[in-house]
Design a protein around this ligand. Sequence first.
Ligand code: AKG
Ligand code: FE2
Length: 376
Amino acid sequence: MDGTLVEDESVDGGDVGPPGLRVDPVGADGPSADVPLVPGGVIRHKHGYMRRYFFPMEPVPVILTDTNLVKPALSWNLEYLEKNLGDGDFSVFYSKDHKFKYYDQAKYNDKVVPDFTPPMSQATMKFSEFLVKFRQWKHGQPRMYLQHPLNDSVGKAIKDDFLAFNWKWLESVQKEHNWGNLSSNLIYIGMEGNVTPVHYDEQENFFAQVEGFKRCILFPPETFECLYPYPVFHPHDRQSQVDFDKPDFESFPKARHLRGFECVLEPGDVLYIPKYWWHHVESLLGAGHTTSINFWYKSGPLTQVEYPLKPQRKVAMIRNLEKVVTEALGNPFEVGPLFEALALGRYIKVNALSHSELGSLNRYPSKPNPQVSTIE
Ligand SMILES: O=C(O)CCC(=O)C(=O)O
Ligand SMILES: [Fe+2]
């Protein structure tokens, strides 16, 4: 692990360019506006993008309605894509139910979790092949979800569209917020009713809706305890163990406290999902297939650590600690008992949350100051 304990894993190394299609850098003079976040919904906003407004030091999700970020892609219906997406190979996931719960193939291959069964399967196929299967799909068959980086194998028309995305605005945001490089643009083509279960990513995301409608539910990073993520070594790292279809409140009691921010994205909308924000994404039933494109940006270098640590920094720290301890112990199953031995009866009381039940969820708890009063 490089850097400090609170540093993100996805910190930009510096001069590595995006692996996908390339654009030339342009000047920065993007629009901006103040955007408050209202509990219960993600605010839709014209002319501009997120500002650190209500929570001055922290980014918040916002839907931007007039970025023109992927304007040329708004004509990317399936017929157009069929004609112009090229003859490269595409990654398509199959799921026996509506959930497409991501798992890390590398961690699966490590076989750290011996009885892990991948909840979906992955196939590689040409786009034309995907479309035939997609169009012939019948209820009861495994659902399909194409998820693939846009790369140089696309045809000229798509490449031209891509180059006409609003890179100028993107770069202005990137600069203003000191983000690292664009790491990838995934294109998602899914069936209505497909669900990407709740998880967080370690990168900043501009999520652009191209066709159809997606319902998103977002939770802030401090919701970590209520969403019970799998351990970092698990193939489902960054995914929640809580099943939103059938929440098991006995195993995950704090999931009862979950209160999210909900929105429905329509073509042209861009949802900003800050890194470490949890998100559940579903293609609305009865509204046809969906196409989206995301823009993932790495973190910029951490120049200054502020105290009290922000919730996202704490998540980064938990991840780093977990990795160090897992490696030191040589057995991931000893990690939980070790942390328990460290904390139980010493730093925390069993079955008692320090102040109020939701104390740790407060965005800016006036007390305790985590630096001085962690001991009860
Ligand atoms: O659109 C989806 O189904 C998931 C998108 C997502 O999780 C992301 O872009 O980070
Ligand atoms: Fe995601």
